[in-house]
Design a protein around this ligand. Sequence first.
Ligand SMILES: Nc1nc2c(ncn2[C@@H]2O[C@H](COP(=O)(O)OP(=O)(O)O)[C@@H](O)[C@H]2O)c(=O)[nH]1
Ligand SMILES: [Mg+2]
Ligand SMILES: [Zn+2]
Length: 293
Amino acid sequence: MVGQIICNISNLYRVKYGDKYIECTARGKFKNENLKPLVGDKVIFDKEKKLIIELLPRKNELLRPPICNIDQALIVMSAKEPNFDLYLLDKMISIINYNNINTIICITKLDLLSSEEGNKMDEYIKYYQKLGYEVLTNEQTEKIHSLLKNKITVLTGQSGVGKSTLLNKLDNNLNLKTSKISHALGRGKHTTRHVELLETRNSLIADTPGFSSLDFYNMDKESIRDSIIEFENFKEECKYRDCFHLKEDDCKIKELVNDGAILKSRYLNYQKFLKEKDDEVDQNIRIRSIKKR
Ligand SMILES: Nc1nc2c(ncn2[C@@H]2O[C@H](COP(=O)(O)OP(=O)(O)O)[C@@H](O)[C@H]2O)c(=O)[nH]1
Ligand SMILES: [Mg+2]
Ligand SMILES: [Zn+2]
């Protein structure tokens, strides 16, 4: 029979088939083949033996959170408490882009902004919408429902931004615990929660442990550059092939940043990403040379 893993607790896998569930273990052969069943895997299983026999090919997979066959990511970002963070937003967008996953952005806690701050936020929202991303607020629950329908969505965002609150708003049967912010921020680091796909109105959502440190894993500098959608859009206009839009003279992208057509913060964040990548490489070299001695 064919089903889909929706939860993994200590290598006991909950498999959903139709509207039924079964708890299965995985055969030893997976260990030998260096394959580990992941939440999101479509599997062939033996109902009598309660055993996963085979994993079907994956569409994609993420390392952290460990999950596969994802259709889209819902980035939850608070306007305040914790502060709106364009660096983190751009980083999440780039990593998600690179993994060929669709991005939806949901802004929470707009009620905490002054009207002046609200206007600034509207500008950001418009900019990211113009790039082609869905940007919504946590008040737009029906719209969010329609975007989630029949899809697997990973929910990402820092602790305390309101992910669980949003899910409860979408479906109060989920009844998830929400935490006061100070508590939530302190807690995130210490508990490793398991990954689980929650079901609501024909959609599957992973409420992942809030990432605090997000990194570019296997992305090299080229793929970081190519994950910035504006650069891709204006690529033909830059006179250099393979331009990194940094020190190059007469670079069209730099001109567009100066004109304000490309949001300055996006460009500065891109520079930070490359710097991080350099630091990461430096660090690896240092570790290697220490090992040699
Ligand atoms: N003012 C305000 N508070 C919110 C909003 N959404 C969530 N919160 C509060 O933010 C805190 C953290 O929410 P929670 O859902 O636990 O965040 P999570 O860690 O991302 O799951 C809780 O105290 C929520 O009540 C919102 O839109 N406005
Ligand atoms: Mg939560
Ligand atoms: Zn350029």
